[in-house]
Design a protein around this ligand. Structure first.
Ligand code: NIG
Ligand code: FE
Length: 404
């Protein structure tokens, strides 16, 4: 097995126990073995016997190193686009108006159903490449624009395929309960039956890592959401939830009762929801792209989340309707400018806390035993990653111990 030494770098480990901000180690060395981090620390403390075992050496040229970025909430696989709705909203229509008038999620459902698996892959690959170019090494992709067995299956297969062909680890989430498809209009409960029927079939094909739903007055009630969660739990699958995006529907409390990995959006989250999430260890996934793009004015309760010790993750929410965004670095900036997170909280939100939101404890920090997924950046200080607008200072990515 090769043992690789990386030196001449500054490592933002993001380890919570490390006393320096960002877990920063100056003049650091990193040793990789078998796709994992074997050692990280100040170069002068590198054990001589470990140094002697190194079979290869890389000079990082003084770069800043962070864990590989993790985009923990995306709807990246979809057909078509919704630029026309953008125009309508610019003329005064709201996101909910557009959805109620038959646009919104269902217009993407139409385009996604019409696309072949190969066509979907071509469109989705462009978006995925943009994320990977900014240092994303783990990515969650939800279904939810098929809303019928064969089309949900097609989208999840595309997501899995992207993870096989590209240098990124893809985690799939079944979001069958995203919207009520046209053939079930006015029959939401019957559609939930269908979601509950699809889930074990998709799971049996190895296509589902987690289960999500959209709990909102324009989507599914808490009662309907709970039925989906019960079906997930029966299969041993973790759940997460689009909760309190447009109203306080009690979704976060419900999700917490099911031990949700995360509750996402959360602009309307209240005290009880935050307390329930804290008790359950659910991560708050904040989505500044959707907040910005829909020109929301209600801010997620960041002070409340801090007060309750709820871990905050940040994600693109990449989707055609509410956040047509393929830049996780831009989300770092927006999390700070719009939501007032510190740059350190924002960076933890796309590394350590994003890993937690996906139930992954083998990544998100640079520490012995963790996956060797990391990024070299041409920046002097980690805060620059959140400060710059539209820059991409990525130099190189190491994925599973190998230079990409
Ligand atoms: O995360 N909130 C629900 N789902 C997506 C939007 C989907 C769409 O408009 O296509 C979201 O914002
Ligand atoms: Fe979303």
């Amino acid at each position: 097995m090769t043992v690789q030494l990386w030196r001449h770098c500054r490592v933002a480990t993001l380890q919570p126990s490390h006393p320096a901000p960002y877990g920063l180690i100056e003049d650091a060395a990193l040793v990789l073995e078998g796709g994992r981090i074997a050692w990280v620390g100040p170069r002068r403390e590198l054990p001589a016997d470990l140094a002697a075992r190194c079979t290869g050496e890389h000079d990082a040229g003084g770069a800043l190193v962070t864990p590989g970025l993790i985009d923990c909430h995306t709807h990246l696989v979809y057909g078509g686009d919704r630029a026309h709705e953008f125009e309508l909203r610019l003329q005064g229509a709201s996101y909910e108006d557009v959805a109620r008038a038959g646009g919104g999620i269902n217009s993407t459902v139409k385009a996604t159903r019409a696309a072949t698996e190969a066509e979907l892959e071509v469109q989705s690959l462009k978006r995925l490449r943009a994320l990977v170019a900014e240092g994303v090494t783990t990515l969650e992709i939800k279904s939810g624009y098929g809303l019928a067995f064969e089309h949900e299956r097609k989208a999840l297969r595309v997501a899995r395929g992207l993870g096989r062909s590209q240098p990124v680890d893809v985690r799939t989430t079944f979001l069958g309960a995203h919207a009520i498809p046209p053939e079930f209009a006015g029959r939401a409960d019957a559609y939930v039956d269908e979601v509950v029927r699809m889930l074990p079939l998709l799971h049996a094909e190895g296509l589902v890592d987690a289960v999500d739903a959209f709990c909102e007055r324009i989507a599914f009630s808490t009662g309907q959401t709970e039925r989906v969660f019960q079906a997930a739990h029966a299969l041993g699958l973790p759940v997460k939830l689009h909760a309190e995006q447009l109203s306080d529907s009690g979704g976060a409390e419900l999700a917490a009762r099911y031990g949700a990995l995360s509750c996402d959006h959360l602009e309307w989250l209240g005290e009880q929801g935050a307390a329930a999430m804290a008790a359950a260890g659910s991560v708050a996934v904040l989505l500044p792209g959707a907040f910005y793009f829909l020109r929301e004015t209600k801010l997620p309760p960041v002070a409340l989340l801090r007060q309750h010790g709820v871990a905050m993750a940040i994600s693109t929410d990449c989707n055609p309707g509410s956040s047509p965004c393929t830049s996780l670095l831009l989300m770092l900036n927006m999390a700070c400018t719009l939501f007032r997170l510190t740059p350190e909280e924002a960076l933890a939100g796309v590394t350590r806390h994003a890993a937690k939101a996906l139930g992954l404890d083998d990544r998100g920090v640079i520490a012995p035993g963790k996956r060797a997924d990391f990024v070299l950046w041409d920046v002097a200080h980690p805060a620059q990653l959140a400060c710059a607008l539209g820059a991409n200072p990525r130099l190189q990515t190491v994925f599973k111990g190998e230079l990409v």
